[in-house]
Design a protein around this ligand. Sequence first.
Ligand code: GLU
Ligand code: ZN
Length: 316
Amino acid sequence: MILAVSKLKNPSSQPVGYRGRFAPSPTGPLHAGSLAAALGSWLDAQKNGGQWLLRIEDLDTPRCVPGADQQIQGQLAACGLHWDEEITWQSRRQEGYQAALERLNSLQLLYPCTCSRQIIANTLAQQGINTPRNQEMVYPGTCRPEKLTSYTTDELNGNKAAWRIALPQHSEITFEDLALGAQQQNLNQQVGDFVLKRSDGLFTYQLAVVVDDALQGITHIVRGEDLLSNTGRQIHLQNVLEFKTPHYRHLPLVLDEYGEKLSKQTLATQIQTQTDAQAHAELRKAAKHLGLRDLPDGENITIAEWLHAATQAWGT
Ligand code: GLU
Ligand code: ZN
């Protein structure tokens, strides 16, 4: 009897079956911001005795840079951030996204949209809404049919429209972020019916990330705070597709000297990892961004030893 009870309990009181991931888009090599996200998610997985997967999010082919996926792998390896299992490439996983789209179609949750950005902007302007340039426009529902229906596979695959998901009237999403606390988003007010498949035939990040996180059994998503505003959409998709919602932890963003978010678009410079000393220095900077203090300065220890110390210091 005693044996049976103790067997049920997880002796280390760590979450069972933690699976995390790092999911870079190969639009360029890693920069300080993406390394901080990689390190944060890696440390969280190590601290919880979990797996850490690497997924290359190369869906938006026009934005992908040939060879960037190789560079990213080299940079992670140089920093001692080794991944478990096989790397996955989203460009090779179309069937999963198509199946999810078809499922949503059979639930009568999709409709085609032919609005250009300009048309959406004009419609919003007529309603007195002007969206600041760097903010996403809330889709005003222009193409949403009065009665939702499902479409034939030919219609779904053939026409040159974008496919949007029709949100329910009550679209308030709430979740507990492990770093930021209680979060809420009203999808109708802040996003509107959003695109799952673009008019050029590409599946969107929102759909692909939800399908892959579910198929790979990801339990913990640790990523930069710049992705926080996507989380409501992703939880909504998980709900309608009946996927489990993972835990989320959004990490503070690395800002440049002007207080702007570092990104590949703003030409953030790539991290230097040619030598161990360089990789060590980049890791120390990333740890500082993550708020880790009092770590060994790296002069006399290996990267593996330093990572071990950083794992000890990481709060769960
Ligand atoms: N591929 C996305 C990016 O690089 C991140 C996806 C995610 O972590 O959910 O911005
Ligand atoms: Zn439209």
